[in-house]
Design a protein. Structure first.
Length: 328
């Protein structure tokens, strides 16, 4: 019993870090393109419906569970795209939860025969909810492991906080071989506190991502072409910095990936990915092996993505091609 309460206490200790304003993140960030960069809304041949699920630190009961559902649609006749998404992030057995609804619009421009660029805007409505009675603080735990109902901690004035914020982004594609982008989330830095503290705002998040794709022709006729794609993602939010370096190998219909995620203060995780693409259906599974001090105690993270591409209508005269990027 002492061990379980210690786990709960550990979760509570980490909650303030997230209240200071760090977004959740997906290891399969290209499987959630609109969340990565608003300019990727509608970056598909027709329409796309995607579901993402992440279970972080599974050996700590109900530590972090994130769900996201996204629909986006291309409008090739006007070189545009749009999308809507909803996600919920549940922490510490729902002691703290985040629910957000977002809408994005993108516009593509063919700058040259080889160069395509897309710009996007996104607006989001987010609600944070705190279940104070579900928290356990250090002064509630006795030496024998028993837990009392009283604490000296002061409850907040409001257990629900809602705000609206705005994000923007740019992506480019050069000849279907080189691609990248820049995104800025929370441009208005909304106040994000359960207490009356205007200094407790959500910091702006800056993301830089890019990569390249090389096709290796098969040595034997009729063998499948292999595509190798090295990629990187750098994110900065407040004092938090994170760098992802990785490689995808696409041997149709399979995608294999490996990543190293570094938080600058300490190595964070090694990530492996297995994806399957069959016609218009894509499914991916990844596992994060923790390299930080949490190590085996956390259990890493499991992540699953599911995507379905389909056409509501067929646009024969597409003016601008979709920007090339990995599927996961």
């Amino acid at each position: 019993m002492i061990f379980n309460k210690g786990q709960v206490l550990l979760i509570v200790m980490f909650i303030p870090l997230f209240l200071m304003g760090q977004d959740h993140s997906f290891s399969q960030f290209y499987a959630s393109p609109m969340y990565l960069n608003p300019s990727m809304a509608g970056n598909t041949a027709c329409a796309r419906l995607a579901l993402n699920y992440r279970n972080q630190w599974p050996t700590i009961p109900q530590a972090y569970n994130t769900y996201q559902l996204t629909y986006d649609q291309s409008l090739p006749a006007i070189s545009s795209g749009y999308g809507v998404s909803v996600y919920t992030d549940q922490q510490a057995d729902n002691a703290f939860s985040i629910t957000s609804l977002s809408g994005a619009y993108s516009y593509q421009v063919q700058l040259s025969q080889k160069m395509v660029m897309s710009a996007g805007l996104q607006a989001s409505y987010t609600q944070n909810r705190l279940d104070w009675n579900n928290l356990v603080f250090a002064d509630q735990i006795a030496l024998d492991g028993s837990v009392s109902n009283s604490t000296l901690e002061t409850p907040p004035e409001n257990n629900d906080v809602a705000y609206v914020d705005f994000s923007t982004g740019l992506t480019f594609d050069w000849d279907g071989k080189y691609y990248g982008g820049l995104a800025v989330h929370h441009m208005n830095e909304p106040v994000n506190s359960f207490y009356a503290d205007e200094n407790a705002f959500l910091p702006m998040k800056i993301s830089v991502h890019g990569g390249m794709a090389f096709e290796i022709e098969p040595a034997i006729h009729n063998k499948k072409t292999t595509t190798i794609s090295p990629n990187l993602l750098y994110q900065q939010q407040g004092k938090f910095h994170q760098l992802n370096l990785g490689l995808y190998v696409h041997i149709r219909p399979f995608v294999f990936g490996t990543w190293f995620r570094h938080n600058f203060e300490n190595p964070d995780a090694a990530i492996v990915l297995l994806g399957l693409q069959h016609n218009d259906l894509k499914i991916g599974y990844s596992y994060d092996y923790s390299l930080s001090d949490l190590g085996s105690f956390s259990g890493g993270a499991h992540e699953v993505s599911l995507s379905w591409n389909f056409c509501i209508y067929v646009e024969k005269n597409r003016k601008v091609r979709a920007i090339k990027c990995p599927e996961f």
